[in-house]
Ligand binder design. Structure first.
Ligand SMILES: Cc1cc2nc3c(=O)[nH]c(=O)nc-3n(C[C@H](O)[C@H](O)[C@H](O)COP(=O)(O)OP(=O)(O)OC[C@H]3O[C@@H](n4cnc5c(N)ncnc54)[C@H](O)[C@@H]3O)c2cc1C
Length: 448
């Protein structure tokens, strides 16, 4: 293997953490007259500074907002995010099994904005007037010169059912916990209070969010049940024909460490879910469960569809309709989409979103600074998955991307996987996961 753990932080966005703050969103600037049209409820009067409105304070939007202020300090950057605080999905599988504190995952939007020199505006974006260049939000309308959308994903249950009642029950009683918030808390309580029996998880088809995370989660939960002596089994129903990433590492960990605590079923295309009898029917089998978490397919966030910027792709429904090399919405100027809502087949991961967002920030900054365009740069996927809790052991993958002209799509260019989770090596991988996460939080929020 030509790739060392030592290189990880160099390759991840975390290495780019240092920021010299040269502007502040609240600094006094020449205030232009707000749009007079009564149709708008303009908040935050526009100044003479070029304004970039970023929608979505996840891994992509946060990274973009911060990088933009570095590349174009004269710009006014407003981050519109519907949540009140940031909770990280990466590392959350460890919180589900009580290994880390919630505090490690939770971060302050206000402080992130102060440190980054931009403004955090809590609201949900729901519409746009493209001619007037106004974004509509639940807390008022905001004028923009450039719009960067990073709204992430939604769940798509349509491959399983079109029954709205069943979808609501799946969402509320058996949430996937692949978007941060109450879903994670529900799942954590289910795991920590589980008395025994079958705990069922699913892996969807398509380019779902964080390819290794469902396997990591299955290992974490099996380890938890085993270490507590609970007579329980994790049943992992995978709609794919094999583990989708780091397959050697996950297969060996499941076989060597968890035996009767974990059952892995590939090709488990779900045909029927009966929540009353707690039964799942797949093409070849039938499973009963005592508790479960159903991870369905994913699609682009609803906002893109509402704004008319979504299209179906070979991977998922309703992802961003953008030029894959410039991230600009097709047919629109100065409106960009990045992060997990993108249509390209990149791994939907935090590190990918972070490095990609920095490139998009540079693209926007060059427009603001009237500089020539720059060619497409690959995002970097770097992901460490834990396979056991005591001791903590992990496996990692690092990859970049290249465009396959023949197939008309992006593919992994330089996958380097280190699937050795055994011994000291695996323990060092696990420690690297913590270093990576800490570096990324500083990269997105600055020092607290
Ligand atoms: C369990 C789990 C483990 C993971 N582990 C890893 C890992 O180890 N490494 C890794 O690199 N990645 C990991 N990931 C993946 C990573 O979390 C995602 O790829 C990343 O969050 C994508 O960033 P994003 O900004 O596109 O979307 P998000 O982070 O989901 O951010 C989107 C934001 O947009 C906001 N938003 C949406 N619509 C609106 C609207 N209309 N108005 C205002 N705000 C809106 C949302 O509230 C949200 O905050 C993991 C994910 C999960 C679920």
């Amino acid at each position: 293997m030509s790739f060392s753990r030592r290189d990880i932080l160099k390759l991840s966005g975390a290495s780019l953490a240092t920021l010299s703050l040269s502007g502040c969103a609240t600094k006094e600037m020449d205030v232009e007259h707000p749009k007079k049209d009564k149709e708008f409820d303009i908040v935050l009067p526009k100044t003479s500074a070029p304004r970039v409105v970023v929608v979505g304070g996840g891994w992509s939007g946060l990274s973009l907002a911060r990088q933009l202020k570095e590349e174009a300090p004269q710009s006014e950057v407003i981050l519109v995010e519907q949540r009140f605080e940031f909770v990280s999905c990466p590392m959350s599988n460890l919180w589900l099994v009580d290994k880390i504190e919630l505090e490690f995952l939770t971060h302050d939007y206000l402080q992130g904005a102060r440190n980054g020199g931009y403004r955090y505006f809590q609201a949900s974006a729901y519409g746009i007037d493209k001619k007037a260049k106004v974004l509509r939000t639940t807390n008022g309308d905001i004028e923009y010169d450039y719009l960067a959308l990073a709204p992430g994903i939604e769940y798509d249950y349509s491959a399983w059912t079109d029954d709205p009642e069943l979808i609501q029950r799946l969402k509320t009683e058996y949430p996937a916990a692949f978007m941060p918030g109450s879903e994670h808390i529900t799942l954590r309580n289910k795991i920590l209070n589980f008395k025994g029996g079958n705990f069922l998880f699913t892996v969807p088809k398509g380019n779902y969010r964080c390819l290794p995370a469902p396997y990591e989660r299955a290992c974490m939960v099996a380890d938890y049940f085993k270490s507590k002596g609970i007579k329980a089994k994790v049943i992992l129903l995978d709609e794919n024909n094999d583990i989708t990433i780091k397959e050697h590492g996950f297969h060996t960990a499941m076989d060597e460490l968890y035996g009767e605590y974990l059952e892995y079923h590939p090709n488990a295309q779900i045909e029927e879910i009966d929540l009353d009898t707690k039964t799942v029917v797949t093409e070849f089998d039938e499973f009963t469960f005592d508790d479960a978490s159903f991870y369905p397919r994913v699609r682009g966030a609803k906002l893109l569809e509402k704004l008319g910027f979504a299209k179906d792709t070979i991977y998922n429904k309703k992802e961003a309709n953008i030029d894959p090399l410039t991230y600009e919405v097709i047919g629109e100027e100065n409106i960009f989409v990045s992060g997990d809502a993108r249509p390209m087949g990149f791994s939907k991961s935090g590190n990918t979103s972070n490095t990609e967002a920095k490139f998009v920030a540079r693209l926007i900054a060059r427009k603001i600074n009237d500089k020539p365009k720059i060619p497409w740069e690959t995002p970097v996927t770097l992901c460490i998955s834990l396979v056991s809790i005591e001791p903590e052991r992990g496996i990692f993958i690092h990859s970049e991307y290249a465009y396959n002209k023949k197939r008309g799509q992006f593919e992994f260019a330089t996958p380097v996987t280190d699937e050795i989770w055994q011994g000291k090596h695996g323990q060092e991988n696990a420690q690297t996961a913590y270093a990576w996460a800490k570096g990324m939080y500083v990269d997105m929020f600055g020092e607290s």
